[in-house]
Write a protein of this length. Structure first.
Lengths: 324, 311
């Protein structure tokens, strides 16, 4: 949204410009998409379908927020899908197999996810492993651990309220899971825009050396960013478990690619330093609306894959073109 | 919360009463498949689509790409589209009960094919009789190997209905032949040829004297056959598969490799049965809880006829 210039000072005029160019392109794309689908499908433009879309983007939305932090500091996190699976399996193991109350199981799942993020962050900062490699390694490790917990089988048998929290719409609108996503959105937005810690992410993404000289503890912040990303993946995993009423270690394969796609479509630059959560939310909505709309239009599954690929290319190409 | 929950139950009750009482006509069917990359599911899809076309029923297909979460979203979208019947092949081992609940809430028929979610069965379950057929395949390859030797099994996705049942059947054949030693087994995620290839390659590396391999799906068996060729062990190893995929039947028809037998499932028939059952349930007629279009043991000699016309 706003950007800190390379010398570390905030330039409001430039900032407002970035705020526009960061999210307006994707927003126009989203509105066009919705307009098209309204005409093309009878069932798209309804309150109920809108609520369905909100349900469907919950997991991706929360993961994409974490991914936004990571990409803002010019990193990448390939492990989110696997960490999600690990958190789900820990949750299932603690609650169903070990018979612990849900509060402890959820805490354990989130802690397991956060530890993964901490490990990735340490690999990157202490040992100088490039983020791509460090999180690639974590992707494999977390997936393996998730499979080891039950030797590859699924776990079912959560308490009834758990699935209900993803089904019952309080006040006819909000399921518990969607509410959690909205809270994450608001917190992330406020943090990135108004908190010193959030601003420092832009500085690190712009130029880590300058950020360090400006007094930001780059290593510590980097580790915390990967912890946050993994923690949010764990949270997404818990919500996914509620939605599916079961956990299985093969969950979340290739979700990291969806999360990266959402962030990039939302206008956050892969080279770091520019972008923000609002763009990401729009990116998530574009992916969600597109998938939902193509299903409603009964577009063949094979063609759907092609269209989604084309949209990603279009979004990135438009972004690059604008930068020239 | 209580009122919402009550409302939900009330809505479900009203909807299911409506579903039973009204002799509803089926105009639109939603078919949720785990993964269209697997020929087995693609054949079922073709069966449903072709039969739907004959009857003038619109068929909507959703491919979950083996992801349970994707499938739940797709089924939600089905409900928005107002389908009259739901043919459900659960993706993944967790076999989420959620899609069935969603359909029940709308009061529409749920037809399970090949797999069904534990605790939340549909109106009918259509699947080949896996245990007996798997027994026949394993029995066949064990006999060909002279009733003894080291054996390996390449499983499908762990915990799915076919994976569990096919193993049960094959295990029976193994137990009947004390000379056969099951030395190694591995699970695949996608039932796919590339997985079959790499798994078999590792197995042959660890056990070069392997004589019998059972791939729980034709994709796995085809991959294993390639790996055996590469290892130069085609003369020593005998491979059995399952499903009767088109590619596998063509391979068997040539009768040149180590992969010699499969159980051909009547996939197209399953699709037709599913549509028929959906129409019956919607009209308030009763259907059997379990329908079993049997798989046929297929060797080199029988394969050409099934290549011509898939059952």
């Amino acid at each position: 949204m706003t950007s800190i210039a390379k010398d570390g000072s905030v330039k409001p005029s430039v900032a407002s410009l970035f705020s526009l160019s960061g999210a307006t392109g994707p927003l126009i794309g989203l509105l066009l998409l919705c307009a098209f689908l309204t005409f093309a499908s009878d069932s798209f433009m309804s309150f109920r379908n809108f609520l369905n879309i909100m349900d469907q983007i919950t997991v991706l939305g929360i993961m994409a927020v974490g991914m936004t932090f990571v990409i803002l500091i010019a990193g990448i996190d390939l492990s989110v899908g696997s960490v999600l699976a690990l958190a789900m399996m820990v949750l299932g193991y603690l609650n169903v197999e070990a018979g612990m109350p849900m509060s402890i199981a959820i805490t354990g799942a989130l802690a397991a996810a956060a530890i993964c993020g901490g490990a990735s962050g340490m690999m990157i900062t202490t040992f100088g492993v490039p983020p791509f490699i460090a999180t690639l390694a974590m992707m494999s490790i977390a997936r393996g651990l998730a499979n080891m917990i039950t030797n590859g089988s699924q776990i079912i048998g959560f308490p009834a309220w758990f699935n209900m929290s993803a089904i019952i719409r309080y006040g006819g609108v909000l399921t518990m899971t969607v509410a959690v996503m909205l809270v994450v959105f608001v917190l992330a937005f406020v943090f990135l825009r108004y908190r010193e810690g959030g601003r420092s992410l832009y500085a690190i993404g712009g130029n880590p050396e300058v950020a360090r000289l400006a007094g930001i503890n780059v290593n510590r912040t980097t580790v915390l960013v990967y912890v946050a990303s993994a923690f949010l993946s764990g949270l997404a995993g818990i919500l996914l478990a509620a939605r599916l009423d079961s956990v299985q270690p093969s969950s979340g394969v290739a979700y990291e690619l969806d999360a990266i796609a959402a962030v990039v479509i939302g206008g956050t630059s892969l080279s770091g330093g520019t972008g923000g959560v609002v763009g990401t939310i729009i990116g998530v909505l574009i992916i969600g609306v597109l998938r939902n709309g193509l299903n409603l239009l009964s577009v063949s599954p094979f063609l759907q894959a092609v269209i989604i690929g084309l949209v990603i290319v279009l979004a990135v190409a438009a972004e690059t073109f604008k930068r020239r | 919360m209580k009122t919402t929950f009550k409302a939900l139950i009330a809505a479900t009750a009203v909807a299911s009463i409506a579903g039973v009482a009204g002799a509803d006509e089926v105009k639109k069917i939603g078919l949720a498949v785990p993964n269209l990359q697997a020929d087995f599911f693609n054949q079922i899809k073709l069966g449903v689509e072709n039969y739907g076309k004959e009857l003038g029923i619109e068929v909507i297909v959703a491919d979950a790409k083996n992801d349970t979460a994707t499938q739940v979203s797709q089924v939600q979208d089905f409900m928005t589209q107002g389908i009259d019947a739901f043919i459900y092949i659960p993706a993944g081992a967790a076999a989420a009960a959620v899609p069935t609940r969603l359909a029940r809430a709308e009061g529409i028929p749920v037809i399970n094919v090949d797999r069904f979610p534990e605790g939340e069965p549909g109106d009918t379950f259509i699947a080949g009789e896996s245990i007996e057929s798997a027994y026949q395949v394993c029995d066949h390859i064990i006999k060909l190997a002279g009733g003894e030797g080291k054996m390996a099994i390449i499983h499908g996705q762990k915990g799915t209905t076919p994976e569990v049942l096919r193993f049960q059947g094959c295990e029976r054949a193994i137990n009947e032949n004390p000379g056969v030693e099951l030395v190694t087994q591995q699970w695949s995620q996608m039932w796919s040829p590339d997985e079959g290839f790499s798994i078999a390659q590792n197995m042959l590396q660890a056990h070069p004297d392997l004589k019998i391999i059972f791939g729980q799906a034709d994709g796995l068996a085809m991959g294993a056959a390639k790996a055996t060729d590469v290892a130069g062990l085609s003369d020593q190893v005998i491979i059995g598969g399952y499903d009767g995929d088109v590619a596998a039947l063509e391979y068997l028809a040539e009768c040149e490799g180590p992969f010699v037998v499969t159980a051909t499932q009547s996939t197209q028939l399953m699709g037709r049965l599913a549509v028929d059952s959906a129409i019956k349930v919607a009209a308030g007629e009763s259907v059997p809880e379990r329908q079993t279009p049997n798989a046929v043991l297929t060797t080199c000699e029988d394969a050409p006829q099934y290549v011509e016309q898939h059952p």
